[in-house]
Design a binder for this molecule. Sequence first.
Ligand SMILES: Nc1ncnc2c1ncn2[C@@H]1O[C@H](COP(=O)(O)OP(=O)(O)O)[C@@H](O)[C@H]1O
Ligand SMILES: [Mg+2]
Length: 291
Amino acid sequence: MTPLRSGGSVPGVVEADDLGTYVVKFTGSAQGRKALVAEVIVGELARALGLRFPELVLVHFDPAIADGEPHQEVRDLHAASSGLNLGMDYLPGAKDFTPDLAKVFPVDPLEAGRIVWLDALTVNVDRTVHSSNLMVWPTLGTVPPRLWLIDHGAALVFHHRWDGTDPAKAYDFRHHALGHYGPDVRAADAELAPRVTGELLRRVVAEVPDAWLTDHASPAEAREAYVSYLHARVRASAQWLPTDFPSREELAAEEARRAAKNQQGRPAWLRQVPDLHGKPAAEQDWSVHLG
Ligand SMILES: Nc1ncnc2c1ncn2[C@@H]1O[C@H](COP(=O)(O)OP(=O)(O)O)[C@@H](O)[C@H]1O
Ligand SMILES: [Mg+2]
């Protein structure tokens, strides 16, 4: 139906032959199959822990259905993605959780804590103030809007270097999209860590198609590597539990300092570049270049 250009991987909104509408993440994208592996493992883990995450499906994609796509880059992406791809249930009318929305949308510290905890466990480096990968839905009607998790393609960073990373390693989550809600990560740890058992991890990792597990001698060996890494990491939670979150004011001051430093080295003509955080850049509306 349409490509989505607001993120980096240009997923497509696709109507499938079950008449469902899905956001399809393509195997041929620059992020590659590992991004899809991370989507499945982290998304299904989130769901199993009671967080809101849209249904995932496997989609057989035929590039011919997007024959009318005018942009060569998107056509190339489709051509490289023939066959098995990953679809996520499309949330109609959902809004991106932007910094502006974060100023007014209420989030309970317990819920914020659970989401931060999941991101820290799965080393998801892409749920920041400027790129939240959270959506608010539904936005019409009488049911109150809630937070939904999307896009875990940048999680599980350890699977890019299997031999090199310590499962107990702490990461910098100070710029997490929910940091200023006072996330109660200790409560989340007490509640969720005991639920992430070897059995649950094996069930979640079993959902990944064999064809995407190509790093090891066999898909079974790859599955075991994910299970044992995540199992070791959950048991070491005391070592990576992120607790030091700056307030909204501290974040704004930090941002202002960073922006001022950025400006210093610039020639006069580059000092007026607009701040487009959270809004699409002009370049993403490719039609402006086509006359
Ligand atoms: N399930 C969904 N329902 C509605 N819109 C979605 C859904 N998933 C993604 N989107 C929209 O598409 C954008 C890009 O999707 P995302 O999964 O973040 O991919 P990327 O890898 O490109 O960042 C999101 O920011 C959001 O606006
Ligand atoms: Mg994204």
